[in-house]
Ligand binder design. Structure first.
Ligand code: AMP
Length: 203
């Protein structure tokens, strides 16, 4: 039976507040912004004007899309808030920002980035693993940026700290359209987080 297709009202983008060293990173951020706007999907993100964040937001706006920035109060100046977005939501803390992102968005896409991006990706993924939400999470592996992280996650699965079903719940693609199409068909895994001692290795 074909899987139901989900339509997204809002997708949250996690990405670097730096642009990284390769032009491919900015090109991918631009593609994400443009593609969300083309699909009539609002972009939710951390609200910054710098790095890949600024590139993605500008591209979505230029293509006629809506962009919602979520920024912790007090960090608005330090984080170089993008004052041109459709709306800025100020929240109390970094924690409140992530909660708000998860509440508002129907799906998440992580692009190359640093600790902030990884933090957002992993917390959102942890919540999926625990069943706190059942929304798709996509990783856009631009120019192989995440190859070594993905190899490490295979290692975590092989060492039985991570179930295959949860590893596989992260959608990995190097193309934005394919990633969003897969996200639209995503069904959250059922079943627990824990691996029984002595249970055979999962496929
Ligand atoms: P990083 O990958 O360390 O550059 O952090 C980027 C992620 O953390 C983004 O997805 C944002 O949600 C948040 N973040 C980090 N720096 C900023 C910034 N200058 N303005 C807004 N959000 C930021």
């Amino acid at each position: 039976m074909a899987r139901a297709m989900h339509t997204f009202k809002r997708v949250c983008v996690f990405c670097g507040s730096n642009a990284g060293s390769r032009p491919e990173y900015s090109a991918a951020a631009r593609e994400v912004g443009k593609e969300l706007a083309r699909r009539g999907v609002e972009m939710v993100y951390g609200g910054g004007s710098v790095g890949l964040m600024g590139v993605a937001a500008d591209a979505a706006l230029a293509a006629g899309g809506k962009v919602i920035g979520i920024i912790p109060r007090g960090l608005r100046t330090r984080e170089l808030a993008h004052e041109g977005v459709t709306s800025i939501i100020e929240v109390e803390s970094m924690h409140a920002r992530k909660s708000r992102m998860v509440e508002l968005a129907d799906a998440f896409v992580a692009l190359p980035g640093g600790i902030g991006t990884l933090d957002e990706l992993f917390e959102t993924w942890t919540w999926l693993q625990l069943g706190i939400h059942r929304k798709p999470i996509g990783l856009l592996n631009v120019a192989g940026y995440f190859d070594r992280l993905l190899a490490f996650l295979d290692h975590a699965r092989d060492e039985r700290f991570l179930r295959s079903v949860h590893l596989d719940s992260l959608l990995v693609e190097d193309n934005v359209e394919r990633l969003l199409d897969r996200a639209a068909r995503f069904e959250a895994p059922d079943g627990g987080k824990w691996i029984e001692e002595g249970a055979p290795l999962e496929p």
